[in-house]
Design a protein around this ligand. Structure first.
Ligand SMILES: Cc1cc2nc3c(=O)[nH]c(=O)nc-3n(C[C@H](O)[C@H](O)[C@H](O)COP(=O)(O)OP(=O)(O)OC[C@H]3O[C@@H](n4cnc5c(N)ncnc54)[C@H](O)[C@@H]3O)c2cc1C
Length: 454
Protein backbone atom coordinates (compact mmCIF):
# COMPACT_ATOMS: atom_id res chain seq x y z
CA UNK A 1 0.00 0.00 0.00
CA UNK A 2 1.48 3.40 -0.83
CA UNK A 3 1.67 6.14 1.77
CA UNK A 4 -1.26 8.01 0.35
CA UNK A 5 -3.69 5.10 0.44
CA UNK A 6 -2.46 4.05 3.83
CA UNK A 7 -3.19 7.49 5.25
CA UNK A 8 -6.55 7.76 3.62
CA UNK A 9 -7.50 4.23 4.59
CA UNK A 10 -6.49 4.36 8.22
CA UNK A 11 -7.96 7.79 8.99
CA UNK A 12 -10.91 7.00 7.12
CA UNK A 13 -12.01 3.72 8.63
CA UNK A 14 -12.99 5.48 11.85
CA UNK A 15 -14.66 8.48 10.23
CA UNK A 16 -18.23 9.09 11.23
CA UNK A 17 -20.50 10.51 8.54
CA UNK A 18 -22.81 13.22 9.87
CA UNK A 19 -25.83 13.54 7.63
CA UNK A 20 -26.67 16.99 9.08
CA UNK A 21 -23.11 18.30 8.87
CA UNK A 22 -20.83 19.13 11.78
CA UNK A 23 -22.48 22.26 13.16
CA UNK A 24 -26.22 21.78 13.58
CA UNK A 25 -28.73 19.39 15.13
CA UNK A 26 -32.43 19.24 14.37
CA UNK A 27 -33.80 22.19 16.41
CA UNK A 28 -35.63 21.37 19.63
CA UNK A 29 -38.28 23.92 18.67
CA UNK A 30 -38.75 22.52 15.15
CA UNK A 31 -41.71 24.38 13.68
CA UNK A 32 -44.81 22.40 12.68
CA UNK A 33 -45.47 21.22 9.16
CA UNK A 34 -47.93 23.28 7.13
CA UNK A 35 -51.48 21.89 7.30
CA UNK A 36 -54.50 23.46 5.59
CA UNK A 37 -54.37 26.69 3.62
CA UNK A 38 -52.49 29.86 4.57
CA UNK A 39 -51.79 33.11 2.77
CA UNK A 40 -49.25 35.90 3.06
CA UNK A 41 -47.68 38.81 1.19
CA UNK A 42 -44.60 36.76 0.28
CA UNK A 43 -43.74 33.04 0.36
CA UNK A 44 -40.05 32.30 0.76
CA UNK A 45 -38.97 28.75 -0.06
CA UNK A 46 -35.83 27.52 1.71
CA UNK A 47 -34.53 28.48 5.16
CA UNK A 48 -30.80 28.95 4.69
CA UNK A 49 -28.86 32.23 4.80
CA UNK A 50 -30.72 33.55 1.75
CA UNK A 51 -34.25 32.53 2.73
CA UNK A 52 -34.04 33.47 6.41
CA UNK A 53 -32.31 36.75 5.71
CA UNK A 54 -34.89 37.68 3.03
CA UNK A 55 -37.80 36.71 5.28
CA UNK A 56 -36.39 38.76 8.13
CA UNK A 57 -35.69 41.84 5.99
CA UNK A 58 -39.17 41.68 4.44
CA UNK A 59 -40.89 41.28 7.83
CA UNK A 60 -38.98 44.28 9.20
CA UNK A 61 -40.41 46.25 6.27
CA UNK A 62 -43.94 45.28 7.29
CA UNK A 63 -44.67 42.27 5.02
CA UNK A 64 -46.44 39.12 6.17
CA UNK A 65 -44.02 36.33 5.28
CA UNK A 66 -44.30 32.54 5.18
CA UNK A 67 -41.21 30.35 4.87
CA UNK A 68 -41.52 26.76 3.60
CA UNK A 69 -38.53 24.59 4.49
CA UNK A 70 -38.26 20.93 3.55
CA UNK A 71 -36.33 19.96 6.72
CA UNK A 72 -35.35 22.73 9.18
CA UNK A 73 -33.63 26.10 9.04
CA UNK A 74 -29.94 25.44 8.32
CA UNK A 75 -30.40 21.96 6.85
CA UNK A 76 -28.74 22.92 3.55
CA UNK A 77 -25.29 24.36 2.83
CA UNK A 78 -25.88 27.14 5.38
CA UNK A 79 -25.54 24.62 8.19
CA UNK A 80 -22.68 22.67 6.59
CA UNK A 81 -20.13 25.19 5.37
CA UNK A 82 -16.67 26.05 6.68
CA UNK A 83 -17.76 29.34 8.22
CA UNK A 84 -15.47 31.70 6.27
CA UNK A 85 -16.87 35.18 6.11
CA UNK A 86 -15.03 36.21 2.99
CA UNK A 87 -15.52 38.81 0.28
CA UNK A 88 -14.05 39.27 -3.17
CA UNK A 89 -10.76 37.46 -2.54
CA UNK A 90 -12.50 34.13 -2.94
CA UNK A 91 -13.32 34.66 -6.61
CA UNK A 92 -11.19 34.25 -9.71
CA UNK A 93 -10.81 37.79 -11.04
CA UNK A 94 -9.27 37.02 -14.40
CA UNK A 95 -12.06 34.73 -15.39
CA UNK A 96 -14.53 37.24 -14.11
CA UNK A 97 -13.13 40.19 -16.03
CA UNK A 98 -13.02 38.21 -19.26
CA UNK A 99 -16.68 37.40 -18.79
CA UNK A 100 -18.17 40.78 -17.88
CA UNK A 101 -15.48 43.42 -18.52
CA UNK A 102 -13.57 45.64 -16.07
CA UNK A 103 -16.29 48.18 -15.24
CA UNK A 104 -18.92 45.56 -14.56
CA UNK A 105 -16.45 43.41 -12.60
CA UNK A 106 -15.73 46.37 -10.28
CA UNK A 107 -19.40 46.42 -9.31
CA UNK A 108 -19.39 42.67 -8.62
CA UNK A 109 -16.39 43.17 -6.34
CA UNK A 110 -18.25 45.84 -4.37
CA UNK A 111 -21.17 43.45 -3.94
CA UNK A 112 -18.91 40.70 -2.55
CA UNK A 113 -17.06 43.04 -0.17
CA UNK A 114 -20.15 44.93 0.95
CA UNK A 115 -21.69 41.55 1.85
CA UNK A 116 -18.99 40.97 4.50
CA UNK A 117 -19.83 44.30 6.16
CA UNK A 118 -23.51 43.40 6.03
CA UNK A 119 -23.03 40.14 7.94
CA UNK A 120 -20.76 41.79 10.52
CA UNK A 121 -23.43 44.45 11.06
CA UNK A 122 -26.30 41.96 11.24
CA UNK A 123 -24.53 39.78 13.80
CA UNK A 124 -24.42 42.82 16.09
CA UNK A 125 -27.91 44.12 15.30
CA UNK A 126 -29.53 40.72 15.81
CA UNK A 127 -27.34 39.79 18.78
CA UNK A 128 -26.08 36.59 17.12
CA UNK A 129 -23.13 35.16 19.01
CA UNK A 130 -21.52 32.76 16.56
CA UNK A 131 -17.88 32.75 17.67
CA UNK A 132 -16.95 35.25 14.97
CA UNK A 133 -13.20 35.80 14.82
CA UNK A 134 -12.45 38.80 12.56
CA UNK A 135 -8.95 37.46 12.00
CA UNK A 136 -8.85 38.10 8.28
CA UNK A 137 -8.62 35.30 5.72
CA UNK A 138 -5.32 34.38 4.09
CA UNK A 139 -5.07 32.77 0.68
CA UNK A 140 -1.83 30.98 1.38
CA UNK A 141 0.54 29.19 -0.99
CA UNK A 142 1.82 25.72 -0.13
CA UNK A 143 4.39 25.72 -2.96
CA UNK A 144 6.60 28.60 -4.22
CA UNK A 145 5.23 28.01 -7.74
CA UNK A 146 1.89 29.43 -6.56
CA UNK A 147 3.38 32.90 -5.95
CA UNK A 148 3.07 34.11 -9.53
CA UNK A 149 -0.63 33.27 -9.67
CA UNK A 150 -1.27 34.72 -6.23
CA UNK A 151 0.41 38.00 -7.10
CA UNK A 152 -1.37 38.17 -10.45
CA UNK A 153 -4.73 37.72 -8.68
CA UNK A 154 -3.81 40.48 -6.22
CA UNK A 155 -2.82 42.81 -9.06
CA UNK A 156 -6.01 42.25 -11.07
CA UNK A 157 -8.02 42.41 -7.84
CA UNK A 158 -6.46 45.74 -6.89
CA UNK A 159 -7.45 47.18 -10.25
CA UNK A 160 -11.00 46.11 -9.56
CA UNK A 161 -11.07 47.49 -6.02
CA UNK A 162 -10.49 44.28 -4.10
CA UNK A 163 -8.32 45.19 -1.15
CA UNK A 164 -5.75 42.53 -0.20
CA UNK A 165 -2.31 42.63 1.39
CA UNK A 166 0.67 40.38 0.68
CA UNK A 167 1.85 38.49 3.76
CA UNK A 168 5.45 37.38 3.32
CA UNK A 169 7.17 34.35 4.84
CA UNK A 170 8.63 36.33 7.74
CA UNK A 171 5.25 37.68 8.76
CA UNK A 172 3.57 34.29 8.36
CA UNK A 173 6.13 32.75 10.73
CA UNK A 174 5.97 35.67 13.15
CA UNK A 175 2.20 35.24 13.35
CA UNK A 176 2.61 31.52 14.07
CA UNK A 177 0.77 30.40 10.96
CA UNK A 178 1.56 26.71 10.37
CA UNK A 179 4.74 26.40 8.24
CA UNK A 180 3.05 24.46 5.43
CA UNK A 181 1.53 27.81 4.46
CA UNK A 182 4.41 29.77 2.99
CA UNK A 183 3.07 33.26 2.16
CA UNK A 184 -0.23 34.62 1.01
CA UNK A 185 -2.66 37.43 0.34
CA UNK A 186 -4.91 38.56 3.15
CA UNK A 187 -8.32 40.16 3.15
CA UNK A 188 -10.75 41.44 5.75
CA UNK A 189 -13.20 38.84 7.09
CA UNK A 190 -12.82 35.90 9.39
CA UNK A 191 -14.36 32.68 10.57
CA UNK A 192 -17.52 31.91 12.48
CA UNK A 193 -19.64 28.96 13.62
CA UNK A 194 -22.10 28.64 10.72
CA UNK A 195 -24.51 26.54 12.77
CA UNK A 196 -24.79 29.25 15.41
CA UNK A 197 -25.08 31.93 12.73
CA UNK A 198 -27.90 30.26 10.79
CA UNK A 199 -29.70 29.27 14.01
CA UNK A 200 -29.40 32.91 15.11
CA UNK A 201 -31.01 34.06 11.87
CA UNK A 202 -33.76 31.46 12.34
CA UNK A 203 -34.41 32.60 15.91
CA UNK A 204 -34.44 36.27 14.86
CA UNK A 205 -36.88 35.49 12.03
CA UNK A 206 -39.25 33.65 14.38
CA UNK A 207 -39.06 36.49 16.91
CA UNK A 208 -39.78 39.05 14.19
CA UNK A 209 -42.98 37.18 13.30
CA UNK A 210 -41.93 35.16 10.25
CA UNK A 211 -44.19 32.11 9.93
CA UNK A 212 -41.81 29.22 9.38
CA UNK A 213 -43.10 25.79 8.38
CA UNK A 214 -40.45 23.10 8.73
CA UNK A 215 -40.59 19.54 7.40
CA UNK A 216 -42.64 21.16 4.63
CA UNK A 217 -41.17 20.61 1.15
CA UNK A 218 -42.65 22.66 -1.65
CA UNK A 219 -43.95 20.00 -4.05
CA UNK A 220 -45.26 22.20 -6.85
CA UNK A 221 -46.58 25.70 -7.46
CA UNK A 222 -49.19 27.29 -9.68
CA UNK A 223 -48.34 30.59 -11.33
CA UNK A 224 -50.57 33.65 -11.79
CA UNK A 225 -51.16 36.99 -10.05
CA UNK A 226 -51.45 34.81 -6.95
CA UNK A 227 -48.95 31.99 -6.60
CA UNK A 228 -50.19 28.84 -4.90
CA UNK A 229 -47.64 26.50 -3.36
CA UNK A 230 -48.61 22.88 -2.76
CA UNK A 231 -47.12 20.92 0.11
CA UNK A 232 -47.90 17.38 1.34
CA UNK A 233 -50.65 18.43 3.74
CA UNK A 234 -51.49 21.98 2.81
CA UNK A 235 -51.06 24.94 0.54
CA UNK A 236 -49.92 28.55 0.74
CA UNK A 237 -50.70 31.48 -1.50
CA UNK A 238 -49.18 34.92 -1.99
CA UNK A 239 -48.72 37.45 -4.77
CA UNK A 240 -44.95 36.94 -4.59
CA UNK A 241 -42.60 34.02 -4.10
CA UNK A 242 -38.85 33.95 -3.42
CA UNK A 243 -37.02 30.74 -4.28
CA UNK A 244 -34.07 30.55 -1.91
CA UNK A 245 -33.51 26.86 -2.52
CA UNK A 246 -30.03 27.32 -4.01
CA UNK A 247 -28.53 23.97 -5.12
CA UNK A 248 -31.92 22.25 -4.82
CA UNK A 249 -33.62 24.66 -7.25
CA UNK A 250 -33.10 22.57 -10.44
CA UNK A 251 -35.14 19.81 -8.81
CA UNK A 252 -38.08 22.22 -8.72
CA UNK A 253 -37.78 22.52 -12.49
CA UNK A 254 -36.23 26.00 -12.36
CA UNK A 255 -32.70 27.23 -13.22
CA UNK A 256 -31.86 23.77 -14.59
CA UNK A 257 -30.06 25.49 -17.46
CA UNK A 258 -28.28 28.02 -15.23
CA UNK A 259 -26.82 26.24 -12.19
CA UNK A 260 -25.60 22.79 -11.21
CA UNK A 261 -25.51 21.44 -7.65
CA UNK A 262 -21.90 20.66 -6.74
CA UNK A 263 -21.07 18.52 -3.73
CA UNK A 264 -18.53 20.03 -1.32
CA UNK A 265 -17.12 18.01 1.56
CA UNK A 266 -15.59 18.60 4.98
CA UNK A 267 -13.79 16.79 7.79
CA UNK A 268 -13.48 17.84 11.41
CA UNK A 269 -10.68 16.67 13.69
CA UNK A 270 -10.97 15.75 17.33
CA UNK A 271 -10.37 18.51 19.83
CA UNK A 272 -6.73 19.51 20.00
CA UNK A 273 -5.13 19.11 23.42
CA UNK A 274 -3.48 22.17 24.94
CA UNK A 275 -0.13 20.61 24.05
CA UNK A 276 -1.17 20.16 20.41
CA UNK A 277 -2.51 23.72 20.30
CA UNK A 278 0.73 25.05 21.75
CA UNK A 279 2.78 23.08 19.20
CA UNK A 280 0.63 24.51 16.43
CA UNK A 281 1.18 28.08 17.61
CA UNK A 282 -1.55 29.48 15.35
CA UNK A 283 -2.53 32.25 17.81
CA UNK A 284 -4.59 34.44 15.49
CA UNK A 285 -6.54 31.44 14.14
CA UNK A 286 -6.74 33.06 10.71
CA UNK A 287 -8.91 31.28 8.18
CA UNK A 288 -6.63 29.78 5.52
CA UNK A 289 -7.55 28.93 1.95
CA UNK A 290 -5.10 27.81 -0.73
CA UNK A 291 -4.73 28.87 -4.38
CA UNK A 292 -5.20 25.32 -5.69
CA UNK A 293 -7.66 25.12 -8.58
CA UNK A 294 -9.91 23.20 -6.20
CA UNK A 295 -9.03 24.91 -2.98
CA UNK A 296 -8.25 23.58 0.45
CA UNK A 297 -9.57 25.43 3.50
CA UNK A 298 -8.04 25.02 6.96
CA UNK A 299 -9.34 26.59 10.14
CA UNK A 300 -9.44 26.21 13.89
CA UNK A 301 -12.85 26.35 15.55
CA UNK A 302 -13.67 28.09 18.84
CA UNK A 303 -13.99 24.61 20.37
CA UNK A 304 -10.40 23.82 19.31
CA UNK A 305 -11.01 21.36 16.51
CA UNK A 306 -9.80 21.85 12.95
CA UNK A 307 -12.15 21.88 9.98
CA UNK A 308 -10.83 21.18 6.47
CA UNK A 309 -12.99 21.47 3.39
CA UNK A 310 -13.12 21.00 -0.40
CA UNK A 311 -10.07 19.46 -2.25
CA UNK A 312 -12.37 17.21 -4.28
CA UNK A 313 -15.72 18.23 -5.75
CA UNK A 314 -18.47 16.03 -7.08
CA UNK A 315 -21.55 16.16 -9.26
CA UNK A 316 -24.41 13.66 -9.32
CA UNK A 317 -26.02 12.84 -12.65
CA UNK A 318 -29.28 14.71 -13.28
CA UNK A 319 -28.52 17.53 -10.79
CA UNK A 320 -29.53 15.30 -7.89
CA UNK A 321 -28.53 16.12 -4.31
CA UNK A 322 -28.45 12.85 -2.33
CA UNK A 323 -27.39 13.31 1.30
CA UNK A 324 -24.74 10.60 1.18
CA UNK A 325 -21.05 10.29 2.14
CA UNK A 326 -18.36 11.22 -0.38
CA UNK A 327 -15.57 8.85 0.64
CA UNK A 328 -13.16 9.98 -2.07
CA UNK A 329 -13.34 13.58 -0.84
CA UNK A 330 -12.93 12.63 2.85
CA UNK A 331 -9.90 10.50 1.95
CA UNK A 332 -8.32 13.41 0.07
CA UNK A 333 -8.99 15.78 2.97
CA UNK A 334 -7.59 13.29 5.51
CA UNK A 335 -4.41 13.04 3.49
CA UNK A 336 -4.23 16.84 3.25
CA UNK A 337 -4.53 17.14 7.04
CA UNK A 338 -1.54 14.83 7.51
CA UNK A 339 0.53 16.62 4.91
CA UNK A 340 -0.11 20.19 6.01
CA UNK A 341 0.17 19.43 9.74
CA UNK A 342 2.94 16.82 10.05
CA UNK A 343 3.53 17.85 13.67
CA UNK A 344 0.07 16.55 14.64
CA UNK A 345 0.37 12.90 13.55
CA UNK A 346 -1.91 11.62 16.34
CA UNK A 347 -4.73 14.08 15.78
CA UNK A 348 -7.80 11.98 14.99
CA UNK A 349 -10.65 12.90 12.67
CA UNK A 350 -14.01 12.74 14.39
CA UNK A 351 -16.44 13.13 11.53
CA UNK A 352 -17.10 14.19 7.98
CA UNK A 353 -19.98 15.57 5.97
CA UNK A 354 -20.97 16.97 2.59
CA UNK A 355 -23.34 19.58 1.24
CA UNK A 356 -24.34 21.15 -2.07
CA UNK A 357 -23.63 24.58 -3.49
CA UNK A 358 -25.02 25.86 -6.76
CA UNK A 359 -22.56 26.81 -9.44
CA UNK A 360 -23.04 28.53 -12.78
CA UNK A 361 -20.50 27.97 -15.56
CA UNK A 362 -19.22 31.53 -15.00
CA UNK A 363 -19.23 31.02 -11.18
CA UNK A 364 -21.18 34.28 -10.77
CA UNK A 365 -24.38 34.89 -8.80
CA UNK A 366 -27.67 33.97 -10.46
CA UNK A 367 -30.39 36.32 -9.27
CA UNK A 368 -33.51 37.45 -11.05
CA UNK A 369 -37.27 37.42 -11.51
CA UNK A 370 -39.29 34.98 -13.58
CA UNK A 371 -42.85 33.82 -14.24
CA UNK A 372 -45.55 35.14 -16.56
CA UNK A 373 -46.37 37.75 -13.89
CA UNK A 374 -42.73 38.43 -13.02
CA UNK A 375 -43.50 37.61 -9.42
CA UNK A 376 -41.10 34.70 -8.75
CA UNK A 377 -37.76 35.93 -7.44
CA UNK A 378 -34.80 33.58 -7.26
CA UNK A 379 -31.26 33.57 -5.94
CA UNK A 380 -28.58 30.94 -6.56
CA UNK A 381 -24.97 30.71 -7.73
CA UNK A 382 -22.32 32.42 -5.61
CA UNK A 383 -20.63 29.00 -5.75
CA UNK A 384 -18.90 28.21 -2.45
CA UNK A 385 -19.04 31.80 -1.21
CA UNK A 386 -22.61 32.27 -0.10
CA UNK A 387 -22.16 32.96 3.60
CA UNK A 388 -21.74 36.68 3.08
CA UNK A 389 -23.37 37.09 -0.32
CA UNK A 390 -26.54 35.05 0.24
CA UNK A 391 -27.10 36.75 3.61
CA UNK A 392 -26.75 40.16 1.93
CA UNK A 393 -29.10 39.02 -0.80
CA UNK A 394 -31.84 39.18 1.87
CA UNK A 395 -31.55 42.96 2.10
CA UNK A 396 -31.21 43.42 -1.67
CA UNK A 397 -34.24 41.26 -2.50
CA UNK A 398 -36.38 42.85 0.23
CA UNK A 399 -35.54 46.28 -1.19
CA UNK A 400 -36.34 45.15 -4.74
CA UNK A 401 -39.69 43.68 -3.63
CA UNK A 402 -40.43 47.02 -1.96
CA UNK A 403 -39.72 48.85 -5.21
CA UNK A 404 -36.23 50.14 -4.35
CA UNK A 405 -33.52 48.78 -6.61
CA UNK A 406 -30.12 48.74 -4.94
CA UNK A 407 -27.38 49.44 -7.55
CA UNK A 408 -25.39 46.53 -6.14
CA UNK A 409 -28.24 44.19 -7.11
CA UNK A 410 -28.64 45.79 -10.54
CA UNK A 411 -24.91 45.23 -11.04
CA UNK A 412 -25.31 41.48 -10.77
CA UNK A 413 -27.40 41.43 -13.92
CA UNK A 414 -25.56 39.57 -16.70
CA UNK A 415 -26.18 36.68 -19.05
CA UNK A 416 -25.52 33.38 -17.30
CA UNK A 417 -24.12 30.81 -19.74
CA UNK A 418 -26.44 27.87 -20.44
CA UNK A 419 -25.75 24.53 -18.82
CA UNK A 420 -25.49 21.49 -21.04
CA UNK A 421 -28.21 18.85 -21.12
CA UNK A 422 -27.43 15.41 -19.66
CA UNK A 423 -25.39 13.34 -20.22
CA UNK A 424 -23.11 16.13 -21.53
CA UNK A 425 -23.30 18.12 -18.31
CA UNK A 426 -22.20 15.12 -16.25
CA UNK A 427 -19.34 14.44 -18.67
CA UNK A 428 -18.24 18.10 -18.78
CA UNK A 429 -18.25 18.55 -15.01
CA UNK A 430 -16.53 15.23 -14.30
CA UNK A 431 -13.87 16.01 -16.90
CA UNK A 432 -13.29 19.48 -15.41
CA UNK A 433 -12.94 18.06 -11.90
CA UNK A 434 -10.52 15.40 -13.12
CA UNK A 435 -8.38 17.96 -14.97
CA UNK A 436 -8.22 20.41 -12.04
CA UNK A 437 -7.39 17.54 -9.70
CA UNK A 438 -4.54 16.46 -11.92
CA UNK A 439 -3.12 19.96 -11.90
CA UNK A 440 -3.50 20.24 -8.11
CA UNK A 441 -1.86 16.84 -7.64
CA UNK A 442 1.09 18.08 -9.64
CA UNK A 443 1.44 21.01 -7.19
CA UNK A 444 1.05 18.70 -4.19
CA UNK A 445 3.68 16.29 -5.53
CA UNK A 446 6.13 19.19 -5.67
CA UNK A 447 5.32 20.05 -2.06
CA UNK A 448 5.89 16.41 -0.98
CA UNK A 449 9.19 16.33 -2.84
CA UNK A 450 10.35 19.56 -1.18
CA UNK A 451 9.38 18.21 2.26
CA UNK A 452 11.20 14.92 1.59
CA UNK A 453 14.45 16.66 0.56
CA UNK A 454 14.45 19.09 3.52
C1 LIG B 1 -18.78 22.04 2.82
C2 LIG B 1 -19.12 23.45 2.43
C3 LIG B 1 -18.25 24.49 2.77
C4 LIG B 1 -18.57 25.80 2.46
N1 LIG B 1 -17.80 26.80 2.95
C5 LIG B 1 -18.16 28.10 2.79
C6 LIG B 1 -17.48 29.14 3.44
O1 LIG B 1 -16.58 28.90 4.24
N2 LIG B 1 -17.84 30.41 3.17
C7 LIG B 1 -18.87 30.71 2.33
O2 LIG B 1 -19.13 31.90 2.08
N3 LIG B 1 -19.59 29.73 1.75
C8 LIG B 1 -19.28 28.44 1.98
N4 LIG B 1 -20.04 27.44 1.43
C9 LIG B 1 -21.20 27.83 0.61
C10 LIG B 1 -22.36 28.35 1.46
O3 LIG B 1 -22.62 27.45 2.51
C11 LIG B 1 -23.60 28.49 0.57
O4 LIG B 1 -23.28 29.34 -0.52
C12 LIG B 1 -24.78 29.13 1.33
O5 LIG B 1 -25.03 28.43 2.51
C13 LIG B 1 -26.01 29.14 0.46
O6 LIG B 1 -27.10 29.56 1.26
P1 LIG B 1 -28.57 29.39 0.71
O7 LIG B 1 -29.49 29.88 1.75
O8 LIG B 1 -28.68 30.01 -0.62
O9 LIG B 1 -28.73 27.82 0.46
P2 LIG B 1 -28.98 26.61 1.47
O10 LIG B 1 -28.35 26.84 2.77
O11 LIG B 1 -28.63 25.36 0.75
O12 LIG B 1 -30.54 26.67 1.71
C14 LIG B 1 -31.49 26.14 0.82
C15 LIG B 1 -32.63 25.60 1.67
O13 LIG B 1 -33.71 25.24 0.81
C16 LIG B 1 -34.33 24.09 1.35
N5 LIG B 1 -35.12 23.45 0.28
C17 LIG B 1 -34.64 22.88 -0.85
N6 LIG B 1 -35.65 22.43 -1.63
C18 LIG B 1 -36.80 22.72 -0.97
C19 LIG B 1 -38.17 22.50 -1.24
N7 LIG B 1 -38.60 21.88 -2.34
N8 LIG B 1 -39.08 22.94 -0.35
C20 LIG B 1 -38.70 23.58 0.81
N9 LIG B 1 -37.39 23.79 1.11
C21 LIG B 1 -36.46 23.38 0.25
C22 LIG B 1 -33.15 23.26 1.83
O14 LIG B 1 -33.52 22.28 2.77
C23 LIG B 1 -32.23 24.32 2.41
O15 LIG B 1 -32.44 24.51 3.81
C24 LIG B 1 -19.75 26.11 1.73
C25 LIG B 1 -20.61 25.07 1.38
C26 LIG B 1 -20.32 23.76 1.73
C27 LIG B 1 -21.29 22.67 1.37
Amino acid sequence: MNRRNELAGSDFGSLRFRSLGGWVERPVDQQPELEGHVSADVIVVGAGFAGLSTALELTTRGAKVIVLEQEFGGFGASGRNAGYLLGSMGIEFEFFVRRVGIEHARKFIRFYDEAVCYVERRMTELGIDCDYNPSGVIRAAVDPSQEKWLRKCMEVGRELGSVTRFVDQAEMRARGIPPAFLFGSEQRGGTLHPGKYVSGLRRAALQAGVKLYEKTPLLSYGEGPTITCKTARGSASAPLMVLATNAYTPQLGLLRNKVAPIRVSAIETQQLSSKQLASLGWHGREGIITPHLTMESHRLTAHNTMVLTVKKLNYVYGSKTPNVPDNGAYGALAQTLRERFPNLPDLGIQHCWSGYVSVAYDALPVVGVTGAQQNIHYVAGCSGHGLATHSFMGQLLAERINGVENPLLTALHHKTPSMLPEPFQWCALKATFAATRKYDEWTDRKVRKAVATN
